[in-house]
Design a protein around this ligand. Sequence first.
Ligand code: GLU
Length: 439
Amino acid sequence: MTAFRFAPSPTGHLHVGNARMALINWLAAKHMGGRFILRLDDTDTERSRDEYADAIRADLAWLGIDWAAEEKQSGRLASYEAAFEKLKAQGRVYPCFETPEELDYMRKRLRARGLPPIYTPPTDEKLRSYVDEGREAHWRFKLAAGEIAFDDLVRGPVRFQAENLSDPVVRRHDGTWLYMLPSAVDDADMGITHVIRGEDHVANTALQIQMFEALGAPVPAFAHLPLMTDIEGGGLSKRMGSLALKDLRADGIEPMALASYLAHLGTSDDIKAEAGMDALVAAFDFDHFSRATPKFDPAQLKRLNAQVLHATDFTAVADRLPDGVTAELWNAVRANLERVADTALWRDIRETDIDPVIDAEDAGFLAEAAGLLPGGPWDETTWGAWTGAVKAATGRKGKELFMPLRRALTGLDHGPELKAYLPLIGPERANKRLRGERG
Ligand code: GLU
């Protein structure tokens, strides 16, 4: 069975870029009948917070993502210790003693000589002097020389030469872990078969492949996706204000609009709102992903949001509509909504007194139109019959005819189709508003 994971660090709120990785892993898992695990990479105890973990769970659930199991790196330290001892016994981790300043100096010297800034272990003599000074060890993973190759499911064949990479630090002198080894140990222990993540991890993958091999674990398949940017091409973390899931949700973005957008963006698919997650699962295909940078366009998301609302039935939305929004009102206005919350406006225009908006030169025309209002009961045919009569009587047509009617009846120059909305306003208010009275 295939297994996938989403591995956020609970050090902040999810933004659309993180959510995209979560969604794509989840869609791939569902498409392939696999397991999807939520793994909290919380080894950074200073910055990890329970409230962020809670927010991540809430954001994922809102987006429609569920998980078969949750794992926390902070609860798995014994496994990392065991893997570390195993690697140590094989001579695949070794102690290092340089300070950050010394490492920086070594890198600068190499660069100045036109050489790649690759870590070289010190001479035995130097090593002894560090130990004699009483320095505490941090630990590096020893890369085996040779080519490291993998077939990326999106990028195609990827090759690294181990000699061109530094042995990565895996453990700090205080015993705490850096990202690299725990992640590989988790993927091995949890039977992860596919790792889908950002292309900022491509070089990490080369290092982790050697860790899997050294631990005797199968190497998962990898897919590295170009990282999404904002519309100007800037990094998303700097735009957290507007692109955090919690803010999009508060802004009235529907989960299916965001899921549709994030699943299709950066692929060869048409970007359109889907009716449900099943459609996205069915459409998932690694071959559809492009290597170009996907740019998150809030205007496009808004359009998908409107498409989703247009297709949403009253029963699906009833429990989160503002008080007093009925099925008939929902059906009359949904095609023109940007957000569910906007239904409150159309409820109020229907139910409470408003001041009509009337230009002086339209007053006579509107009074004449009021005189032509038919008797009740009103239904969806009323608007057409009435405006037909107004057109015949006044000679007005098009915008000249419709805009003054809309502004008098609703106080606004945009909104739902009046064919559906006029019957909800009803004869009494319509008559008053057309005559320029508050009503
Ligand atoms: N916590 C890591 C990150 O957010 C996970 C990377 C991975 O998927 O392995 O970058």
